[in-house]
Design a protein around this ligand. Structure first.
Ligand SMILES: [Zn+2]
Length: 291
């Protein structure tokens, strides 16, 4: 499941590569994934992309007039391809883009001069595809009210990497929740952007067990959870900036300490990593060094 680090890298890279380009065609080979009418899809043609951002576990394309919001859910992936390149199966949406007069004024610094950046005059396609077909693309034309589940302001807490989410704000917000820590980290109304994999990584970094209850945490543990969350996400974003481009649909997870590594030695203490599976979701942790 794409989470904050995966989507942050896609958003930063796509913003650098695509902002300023006009949409010259808009197709929905997988129309069931698209929430919007064929007329609304066709009305995207001719609009320029102003910017591409991540918020929570959503990618938001702001166009000159309308917006497009994508929720990749479990397996949605984004692809950048040359115009006319073969499309993979289960492609839900294709936006064909033309050349642009100049790159955006404020691209993410790490993208400057990157070899995968297409030439400004190049024509290309951005595609969204989803093997499990659970992801959704929401067309949000100006003036049209369309519900995007999980995206509304009251459903979404601050982003886990939001500078305004200071440790003081964290201490206040976390008091309202008493349940298990893994569920808490995945609760988008508490903090947005973290899912099943990174919650395991953060809890390992904080030396806290996933099934510990928040109400059992000492104040130092509340603070350590915050520090571990920030450190884990920042490190992951740095790794993915190096590893993901130019194949943006690739999900790189081989640098994880515990998640999905059941039975292997813990990189911190050498203990054997435990792994539980429930409802198709894996939880991995180290009983030896997490409390
Ligand atoms: Zn350990």
């Amino acid at each position: 499941m794409p989470e904050l680090p995966d989507l942050a890298v896609v958003a930063e890279a796509f913003n650098a590569a695509l902002a300023g380009r006009p949409i010259v065609d808009a197709l929905a080979p997988g129309p069931l994934a698209v929430r919007g009418t064929p007329g609304e899809l066709a009305a995207l043609i001719g609009q320029r992309i102003r910017r591409i951002e991540r918020t929570g576990k959503f990618i938001v394309l702001t166009l000159e007039r309308d917006r497009v919001v994508v929720n990749p859910m479990l397996s949605g992936r984004f692809q950048l391809a040359g115009a006319g390149a073969a499309r993979p199966a289960r492609t839900a949406l294709v936006l064909a883009l033309g050349g642009r007069p100049s790159p955006p004024a404020d691209p993410a610094p790490w993208t400057a001069g990157a070899p995968w950046l297409p030439a400004d005059e190049a024509s290309l396609e951005v595609r969204f595809r989803d093997p499990t077909q659970m992801g959704k693309v929401y067309l949000l034309p100006a003036g049209v009210q369309r519900a995007v589940p999980g995206f509304e302001a009251h459903e979404r807490g601050p982003d886990a990497d939001d500078p305004d989410l200071t440790i003081e704000v964290w201490q206040t917000r976390i008091r309202r929740h008493s349940g298990e820590l893994k569920n808490l980290l995945r609760n988008q109304a508490f903090v947005a952007g973290i899912g099943n994999a990174y919650s395991d990584e953060i809890l390992h970094a904080a030396r806290l067990l996933p099934f510990r209850r928040r109400s059992s945490l000492a104040s130092e543990e509340v603070d350590e959870l915050y520090t571990a969350m920030r450190r884990t996400l920042t490190t992951a974003v740095e790794v993915l900036r190096e590893r993901v481009p130019p194949t943006f649909e690739r999900q790189v997870r081989d640098f994880f300490a515990v998640h999905g590594r059941g039975g292997l030695p813990c990189p911190r203490c050498g203990g054997r990593i435990s792994q539980l599976s429930s409802g198709g979701f894996v939880t991995s942790f180290c009983r030896a060094c997490q409390r």
